[in-house]
Design a protein around this ligand. Structure first.
Ligand code: AMP
Length: 408
């Protein structure tokens, strides 16, 4: 019997699922349902073949119910009969949960008390937590006999000291409404920090100083010392910090009042613009997708070039600022769709950081793409010189491992 964990990532209208061997990280089943809750809901599924690779995606037959519970019931029926046929024992379900507030500094088994605390975090993540909760409830309904484990995007950053997580705002905002910095992408930062420490041969070193750069549609940095997050670029919400696909990252909060006065738009409309019409999309007017911008910039599009410059400049500035909590730097770690693949962004970013001793190796940079990681700075014998690495992330594997560990 092979043991495996079902990993679920339930968004407001999507459901990503995977059956993963937590020992070696291999995927046995993966799939995606989109437009959940609408008449156009559709799902695809892939199964591992005898060669160990996932086969082609096929459409999954769904029942009449188009909500999370209905879709998950159809998904689980197929997965359970596949598991029986292939002697796979599903020992746990791991759920990605976006916001754990101050209640969760680590992954937990989702019993009634934990679920009440997840519900209490809904005001902090009104778009994400309700969908995550719907996924947990649906999965618990269909699989009542296995432990369900919650893995939180915010948990890794709960080690930030108060001077890093407090905003300089009225104290009652913090005390009564939880207005503070929480940070996100914690699962990814934790995974790549551990992998980078291994690659540097320093995984037991409590003094190892890493800046992990998760750069995807959403982007954030973390300052990680000895495996603990000391600071991060996202805040109360995932809008703070770096320039992202469609999110502005940092802007003067005065912009809200100013745009309101000039256009009459209300707070939610302006916030929506900052979340959905800004970032690379707002700057370029072309796309939120770095691949498209890379190509447009190469063919001379000046707005695409500016978008990449702003992205890289902000990123470099933030990396330098995170050397403060670390009191130095041993390595910058690039991950996420952009970090793992965009050579242009890595060139532009490290180009701003030569004064820290980071010197890009163009050949190594060229090699690191499509899941290939490694060091991308010039090797040097000079002690104390930081390096830059590319480390492909694997958030689902962290969720599977946490779920398996808590189940044991
Ligand atoms: P993620 O959210 O981690 O899936 O990352 C999505 C981002 O990664 C998008 O902006 C993609 O354009 C970008 N990306 C993926 N592959 C490449 C590539 N080969 N070159 C540049 N950017 C890429």
């Amino acid at each position: 019997m092979t043991t495996a964990v079902l990993v679920l990532n339930c968004g407001s209208s999507s459901l990503k699922f995977a059956v993963i061997d937590p020992e070696n990280g291999s995927r046995m089943v993966t799939g995606l349902a989109e437009r959940v809750g609408t008449p156009d809901v559709a799902a695809t599924i892939k199964f591992v073949g005898t060669d160990g690779a996932l086969g082609a995606a096929s459409a999954l037959k769904l029942g009449a119910e188009n909500d999370h519970r209905g879709v998950l019931a159809a998904v689980l029926e197929v997965i359970e009969s596949w598991a029986q046929e292939h002697s796979v024992d599903l020992v746990a379900v791991g759920h990605r949960i976006v916001h754990g507030g101050e209640a969760f500094a680590a992954s937990v088994i989702l019993d009634d008390t934990a679920m009440a605390a997840v519900r209490a975090c809904i005001p902090l993540a009104p778009l994400h937590n309700p969908a995550n909760i719907a996924g947990v409830e649906a999965a618990q309904h269909v699989l009542p006999d296995v432990p369900h484990v919650g893995v939180f995007d915010t948990a890794f950053h709960q080690t930030m000291p108060s001077y890093a997580y407090r905003y300089a705002v009225p104290t009652e905002w913090a005390n009564e409404y939880g207005v503070r910095r929480y940070g996100f992408h914690g699962t990814s930062h934790r995974y790549v920090a551990a992998r980078a420490a291994q690659e540097l041969g320093r995984n037991a070193d409590p003094g190892l100083r890493l800046i992990t750069a998760h750069l995807g549609n959403g982007s954030s940095l973390a300052a990680v010392r000895g495996g603990r997050s000391l600071d991060t670029s996202m805040g109360l919400t995932p809008l703070e910090g770096l320039v992202m696909g469609t999110r502005s990252g940092d802007v003067d909060p005065g912009v809200l009042g100013y745009i309101h006065d000039r256009t009459g738009a209300d707070v939610s409309a302006i916030t929506d613009d900052l979340n959905k019409r800004s970032g690379l999309l707002g700057l370029s007017g072309i796309s939120n997708d770095m691949r498209t911008l890379d190509e447009a910039a190469d063919s001379g599009d000046q707005k695409a070039q500016l978008a990449i410059e702003v992205f890289a400049y902000r990123l470099a500035k933030y990396i330098a600022s995170l050397t403060v909590p670390l009191e130095g730097l041993d390595a910058v770690v690039f991950t996420g769709g952009i970090g793992e693949n965009s050579r242009t962004v890595r060139i532009a970013t490290l180009g701003h950081l030569t004064h820290l001793g980071l010197r890009l190796d163009p050949h190594a940079n060229q090699r690191c793409v499509g899941g290939v990681g490694g060091q991308i700075t010039v090797a040097t014998d000079e002690p104390g010189t930081p390096v830059a690495l590319v480390v492909p992330t694997d958030e689902e594997l962290v969720i599977a491992r946490d779920a398996a560990a808590l189940t044991r």
